[in-house]
Design a protein around this ligand. Sequence first.
Ligand SMILES: Cc1cc2nc3c(=O)[nH]c(=O)nc-3n(C[C@H](O)[C@H](O)[C@H](O)COP(=O)(O)OP(=O)(O)OC[C@H]3O[C@@H](n4cnc5c(N)ncnc54)[C@H](O)[C@@H]3O)c2cc1C
Length: 382
Amino acid sequence: MMAGLLLARAGIEVLVLEKHRDFLRDFRGDTIHPSTLEVLHELGLLEEFLRLPHQKVRELRAQFGEVRLPVAEFAGLRLRSPFIAMIPQWDFLDFLARHARRFRGFGLQMQAEVEGLLFEQSRVAGIRVDGEEIYCNLVIGADGRHSTVRAQAGLEVIDLGAPIDALWFRVSRSADDPADTMARFDRGSILVMLNRGDYWQCAYVIAKGALESLRLRGLPAFRATLAALLPFAAKRMAEIASWDDVKLLTVQVNRLRRWYREGLLCIGDAAHAMSPVGGVGINLAIQDAVAAANLLWRGDFSLKCLRAVQRRREFPTRLTQRFQVLVQDRILSRVLAGAGGSLEVPLAVRMLARFPALRRIPARLVGVGVRPEHVASPAVAA
Ligand SMILES: Cc1cc2nc3c(=O)[nH]c(=O)nc-3n(C[C@H](O)[C@H](O)[C@H](O)COP(=O)(O)OP(=O)(O)OC[C@H]3O[C@@H](n4cnc5c(N)ncnc54)[C@H](O)[C@@H]3O)c2cc1C
């Protein structure tokens, strides 16, 4: 959607295809990072965007046993918007769609599932949607981590592996609960909690494939584990009425060796599925879109220009994934492998808690990322 908006704004005719009827989807990360807020500012949309109902996350905390410590602080970053805006993804996408429609060349077709690619010799020449053929100069595969486009294009996937999965659920929040967005670590368990106003969006991290054994132990045992981690909300665990209220995110970390071929470019999760560590998938997808528009708005979709998009975005992707894999393997797996009981606070976390300036490092990694992009494509088609 962001790539569509930017390209249409620069005068290119764009058709965005979305297989669902609307963008209303269960939770898929509602984090709009400071760098995305900066992009919205560059587009003159920030003020209006921040009028949508949202929560502001200004710092991140981690809890080890009963010790709760700050680990990332966005205030120190000297950004225009030093916070993560928590806003449902469908509100964000609807907002972008509404603004993209102001541009003459923009089209959005909902309930339009891309079934396959059309080829002219080795060049991708278009797509097949509901039995209809649509020809175009460039297909942008931004269809997520189960991308049909990338599979059909035969692009090679490098799998980096992930030892964890995440279970997402929500419980209500009462006014006297803590306000922080935080991660809680105890031997054998990791729980991330996002403050969404009147409820907590929670992720319980498990070892890969461990859901089945968890289910065998039964829902009451799962509720009891959560209640021990969240004593202030222990009674509310009854709100998890069945396993249907618990959604499994099968974590994947991978990227394409080549993000493009003639007539086709993949961006976002379709080019690189990110680990949930740090919650940065949306940020990277948006940054890819901005970089792609900066390099493609002139309408030159040659291999050289498509390669330039990958060159620009591959380094931030690789570095972020390397960091995520490190955290998955060195920290999360070890915590999950431990027996029950409190954990000692790791030295790195103690340092972050002690020296506020150090907290800018994780804040920058999460909130801004490596090589933030700025809108350089023009507005010619309002
Ligand atoms: C449970 C969960 C929690 C997450 N939490 C966070 C978080 O806290 N912070 C964060 O930054 N990231 C988070 N992520 C990751 C984040 O959602 C993704 O990284 C980000 O949405 C990627 O954007 P994208 O546009 O590349 O792909 P997507 O957001 O996946 O969008 C792809 C779109 O393409 C559509 N589509 C797919 N196939 C077709 C087709 N054949 N034809 C037409 N349309 C199609 C899909 O319906 C979808 O709307 C989370 C992901 C999940 C699953």
